[in-house]
Design a protein around this ligand. Structure first.
Ligand SMILES: [Zn+2]
Length: 263
């Protein structure tokens, strides 16, 4: 299973005799010759400024500036296509951000944020990278599994019309693969950031972020520093610092996509 992309599994299952049925099983979309799609998700936006630093810096502006810089660098490398969940100062609901990555069959989703602590807390600083908590129940996948007509409801998923039991197995395989991909993406990001950007102690973390809950898109959330820390706030305001963060993340994305293509 290792190294196989989720749609490879599905394609194999769809092609297996006795599983692919002409009834209701839509043919898998033809493989696109184009490059893998990376979805960048600048946190917050519009009426939701996110964290606000002591100097008045709004998280939503930092995340958008960082996402645009990362997009520029990734497109310059020419190995991926890039889409943004927002490219302006607008509010986009979290679930919509996830849907966008799923609908477009993204190879990965990288959500960009800046952390903050309330006054009186120890003045933490540094970047960290989150994946979805493994102990989290997965209501999205559970809801998906319960749905009778999964293929029509599941966006990019093309599940054959098989029994609910087999659908559950397919989803479980897909989620295992997605989780492994997310962990690998997060490790690559931490390794790439290390040395170039101050890191939080134990920078690899897990939490139940809604934006990381797609069952079929590997995803990580980068907190690129603490806006509540004056040093981090000053750094994140500087385009040169954001370019350094973006370069590290571009390296991580390149590593992730490179091995996926090679697998
Ligand atoms: Zn945030």
């Amino acid at each position: 299973m290792r190294g196989l992309h989720r749609r490879t599994i599905l394609a194999a299952l769809l092609a297996a005799p006795g599983i692919a049925s002409a009834q209701g099983a839509r043919p898998r979309a033809a493989p696109r010759a184009s490059l893998p799609l990376v979805v960048l998700d600048p946190g917050h936006g519009g009426a939701d400024p996110g964290a606000i630093g002591p100097g008045g810096t709004q998280e939503k502006r930092i995340t958008l500036a960082l996402a645009l810089e990362l997009k520029r660098q990734l497109e310059g490398q020419g190995r991926v296509r890039v889409a943004l969940t927002r490219s302006r100062d607008v509010f986009v609901p979290l679930k919509r951000r996830v849907e966008l990555a799923r609908e477009r069959e993204a190879a990965l989703l990288l959500s960009l944020h800046a952390d903050s602590l309330p006054p009186g807390q120890p003045p933490l600083r540094g970047a960290s990278v989150y994946t979805l908590s493994e102990t989290a129940t997965d209501p999205l996948a559970a809801a998906l599994a319960r749905r009778e007509n999964l293929a029509d409801r599941a966006g990019g998923l093309r599940l054959p019309s098989v029994s609910p039991e087999v659908q559950r197995i397919l989803l479980s395989l897909m989620r295992q693969e997605t989780r492994a991909g997310s962990e690998r993406l997060a490790r690559l990001a931490v390794n790439a950031l290390d040395g170039d950007v101050p890191l939080l102690q134990q920078p690899l973390r897990r939490a139940q972020f809604v934006v990381l809950k797609a069952p079929d898109v590997p995803a990580a959330l980068v907190e690129c520093g603490f806006l509540s820390h004056p040093g981090d706030e000053q750094a994140l305001r500087r385009p040169e610092h954001r370019a350094r963060v973006a370069a590290a993340l571009a390296e991580a994305v390149g590593g992730f996509v490179g091995r996926r293509v090679a697998a």
